[in-house]
Design a binder for this molecule. Structure first.
Ligand code: PEP
Ligand code: MG
Length: 590
């Protein structure tokens, strides 16, 4: 039956292809008692399942190694080693000998192990939880004879649209780009990390579909439109032809957009802006460096940790950061220290917390695990000799966190000095302003930091008390709420008064209405996904700063996000209509 499912636009692009369903969750297992005579056969069934699991993991390892790389593929070795663990088999066999069927015995022991590891005090052991969960799902699927939904093993060239409830960053990184061409999820919002990562990987995506899984069987033809946030199931021939026609048109606009991306970011009345790119994985550096951007405004280093059996060591991190810095030559590259925890590494690595967004995350975790943090700081200081590298701290709420980091950096200087390796001891150190505490009291930070970068995704989440990843709350996630604009105005004014750069690196920096109002609030630096550079410059070049300033004044005095949106839409449209000559042939911005 034909239908159009509406979700939230997460990453632009149109894909026509078959649906591939991924149900990556631990299946429910019924308790079944077996007779004494069945015990040995049941144990054999368990061993068979383990052997099939091992074979499968070895196969996936080979696939992952060619698709994503050696280190990422090592995760499958860890999972094989879990299946090889003699203790594990012994415990499960003991339960089977008490007349429990193999799947229930396996299920109970895996649950117990996952809980045990999640509470472990050593971070490395806590990281095993994600692997245990994967093994749990894989082996139960074999024992229960369930269809294999593995996301990394589709035929090459399948051009599939992956539909799932939610994707962890780790599963997103495992996706084989040669078979998966787009992602659709029931959960998530535009600022959830799956959406951010999809944009980095250039995968069209729609999130927040809420109940797509219940409509689909898998295998049906669909059209995903990432810019509109729709998934059309069983389209007619005419609709398929039209979608293919739009894909061709978009391909035809590539040159025009590239030209725009490389043009100067200057308003009609002559004010210059800085437009940088966000880089989420080092492999993006070369593309980012040729995107027309003035450097990197945010590199999210946590994706170096995702999917890994162990934290990357200093050498590996140094090479990753050096790659980004060298790709950008003399342009600034702002690298953010690990922002793990919360929804970034939801499985493994950290004990589960009742409120992960208010929990042990980002700079808090780094300062508590100072040895791990220092590995990163040393790698950054060493990479600093290759260009203009600047360090940025996430989720700061108090100046103490900056001072403690500076102390650790001094220790790193001693350590690197002793090793006689080249490094820079004077790297600029800035903070993300993404908590109301940091925004309201930004004046308490100015003497200790070199720059501010407003993380609008978290700032909106914490100010409005709306979970950024909750699809049910998506209509309430309103970045144009006057409270957000007032906080931004405050940070901008404080930065300007103390000669400190203020950038915006959350998703607001790529939304035309937000860019327009933020220009009027005095912000002059934006950092966006590489594919959004052209769009931001289109807004900047199409307006006068005087018009943006007037619009921002009116917005600050408005009562609701809806009022702000209505007035900005009206004013930006009028502004662009009166001038926007470069956009002929491009789709409308608003
Ligand atoms: C933000 O919070 O706006 C931000 C840029 O950081 P992240 O999205 O990685 O949390
Ligand atoms: Mg953030």
């Amino acid at each position: 039956m034909q239908s159009v499912l509406r979700g939230i636009p997460a990453s632009p692009g149109i894909v026509v292809g078959p649906v591939h369903l991924l149900r990556w969750e631990v299946p429910e297992v019924r308790q079944r008692l077996i007779a004494d005579a069945e015990i040995e056969t049941e144990i054999e069934r368990l061993h068979d399942a383990f052997e099939r699991g091992r074979e499968r993991l070895r196969h996936l390892r080979v696939r992952a190694e060619s698709a994503v790389g050696h280190e990422e593929a090592a995760i499958f070795d860890v999972q094989v080693s879990i299946l090889d663990d003699a203790q594990l088999t012994k415990r499960i066999e003991a339960l089977i000998r008490q007349n429990l069927c193999a799947e229930k015995a396996f299920d109970l022991i895996l649950l117990e192990w996952r809980q045990h590891f999640a509470r472990h005090t050593a971070p490395m052991l806590r990281e095993r939880v994600g692997d245990l969960t994967d093994v749990h799902i894989r082996i139960l699927s074999i024992l229960l004879d369930l269809p294999d939904h593995d996301p990394v093993d589709l035929p090459r060239g399948a051009n599939a649209i992956l539909v799932t409830h939610d994707l962890t960053p780790s599963l997103t990184m495992q996706l084989d780009r040669e078979c998966i061409s787009a992602i659709a999820t029931d959960a998530g919002t535009a600022t959830a990390h799956v959406a951010i990562l999809a944009r980095s990987l250039g995968l069209p995506a729609v999130v927040g579909l809420r109940n797509a899984l219940s409509y689909l069987q898998g295998g049906e033809l669909a059209i995903l439109n990432g810019a509109e946030g729709t998934l059309m199931i069983a389209p007619s021939d005419a609709e398929v032809a039209e979608a293919r026609q739009r894909v061709t048109e978009e391909e035809g606009q590539v040159d025009q957009l590239r030209e725009l991306a490389h043009s100067e970011a200057i308003t009609r009345d002559g004010t210059r802006f800085v437009v940088r790119v966000n880089v989420d994985i080092p492999e993006e550096s070369e593309m980012g460096a040729t995107s027309g951007a003035d450097g990197v405004g945010l590199m999210r280093t946590e994706f170096l940790v995702v999917n890994r059996a162990a934290m990357p060591d200093e050498e590996e991190q140094y090479r990753a950061y050096r790659r980004v810095v060298q790709a950008f030559g003399t342009r600034p590259v702002i690298i953010r220290t690990f922002d793990v925890g919360g929804d970034k590494l939801p499985v493994g690595g950290f004990p589960s917390e009742a409120n992960p967004f208010l929990g042990w995350r980002a700079i808090r975790m780094c300062l508590d695990e100072s040895e791990l943090f220092k590995v990163q700081l040393r790698a950054l200081m060493r990479a600093g000799v290759h260009g203009d590298l600047r360090i940025m701290l996430p989720l700061v709420v108090t100046v103490d966190e900056v001072r403690e980091t500076r102390k650790l950096m001094e220790e790193c200087v001693q350590e690197l000095d002793a090793r006689r390796v080249p490094f820079r001891s004077d790297l600029p150190l800035g903070v993300m302003v993404e908590t109301p505490a940091a925004a309201i009291a930004c004046d308490t930070l100015v003497r200790d930091v070199d720059f501010f970068s407003i993380g609008s995704n978290d700032l909106v989440q914490y100010t409005l008390a709306v979970d950024r990843g909750n699809a049910n709350l998506a209509p309430r996630f309103t970045p144009l709420h006057p409270s957000i604009l007032r906080l931004m105005a405050r940070v901008q004014a404080t930065g300007a008064a103390h000669g400190i750069d203020v950038c915006v690196c959350g998703e607001m920096a790529s939304q035309p209405l937000s860019v327009f109002v933020m220009m009027g609030l005095g912000l002059r630096q934006f950092s966006v996904a590489a594919r959004s550079v052209a769009g931001v410059k289109r807004v900047i070049r199409g307006v006068r700063l005087s018009a943006a300033t007037e619009a921002a004044q009116a917005a600050l005095e408005s009562g609701t996000a809806r009022e702000v949106e209505t007035l900005l839409r009206r004013r930006l449209r009028a502004e662009l209509d009166s001038y926007d000559r470069e956009s002929d042939g491009l789709p409308a911005l608003l």
